[in-house]
Design a protein around this ligand. Sequence first.
Ligand code: AMP
Length: 409
Amino acid sequence: MSPIHHTATGQDAGRVLVLNSGSSSVKYQLLDMRDRSRLATGLVERIGEASSRLVHTPQGGETRERTGRIDDHAQALEAAAGELAADGIGLDSPALVAIGHRVVHGGLRFTEPTVVTDDVLREIERLVPVAPLHNPANITGIRTARALRPDLPQVAVFDTAFHRSMPEHAARYAIDVETADAHRIRRYGFHGTSHAYVSRRAAELLGRPVEDLNLIVLHLGNGASASAVAGGRCVDTSMGLTPLEGLVMGTRSGDIDPAVTFHLKRVAGMSADEIDTLLNQRSGLVGLCGDNDMREIRRRVDAGDERASLAFDIYVHRLKKYIGAYAAVLGRVDAVVFTAGVGENSAPVREAAIAGLEGFGLAVDPERNAVRSGEPRLVSPAGARVAVAVVPTDEELEIARQTFALARD
Ligand code: AMP
């Protein structure tokens, strides 16, 4: 292992710590924004359990792992800070200029990354009823980091922010307006940081300004969402009030008739919480075939497994419907862009989702599609009217970029 030693001066002050705090985990990355390198990445998981685990990888060094109880987020951040200090890149360094936080729900107010003040924190708290699984953990992460470095700007980067450009006719559900407004029920969209980053990178790949492009971005990870992006602005997205709506996901159903929920309550006697768990955790690919990893599903499909084949077909059918819908919303499509775990790695998903869409000018070149690479690339045939691209996402880099830009102002 070769620890990185910096003597920080005003000139090399370009580090940003990115924190993604979940209910029982904290993911962190320390980036140097002068060259966008990653000085260290790490994860603390199972916080609050006896079997807590910290995994830390310094740049160019070996991964270190520690196990043993970590009581709370404050201890988790202290443990991470200890690892960074051991590498000579501690959080007390003057080179660290800001801490960027992923915050899932920014409601209607937050359309941009925002420096956290007491007022901002109160507003993020006010959004807990619409993001009960995510915002409380994000708030804990911010509070903990603030206590550790109260002198540094803490920047909240919202998953919903990119989608705030959606026109009202795409953002509103067709339900009673007073009820919707009273309970802040509308389509917010998620994965916005990824959709924004991937749109920009896709424009670079195509060698055209993002302002001139109409893109369909398909973020296909364990959670999955599609967005229609016109001139760099989101005009529609598949996730809604919560990340449950839209595409078929690893464990989430995506779109269903809302009457399924009251049917389950009335006929199966299930409670709201039980239905929530069913649709968020026991549906999607896992509900359909028992697996949510696309590699395993493809292995089973290739072995002739009927349940896995049906799950794959349902997944792809939904994707196709969104591609068609967003082609109609945009009017003209310049590129369909695949990203995240499945989108970047699963050639069969890309092939099947685009198959039969020649009428839309869409096609996949089998050889290009089979290439495995961590770089942005085209998978459509040379000279195709509409590009099909694979662009690896990097939400941490985008959070760091937005945080750094704000901290420097
Ligand atoms: P993400 O949420 O973006 O980390 O994506 C995680 C998902 O990506 C996993 O659940 C897998 O289904 C999928 N995935 C990762 N690697 C591959 C691969 N090589 N081939 C197909 N799917 C993959």
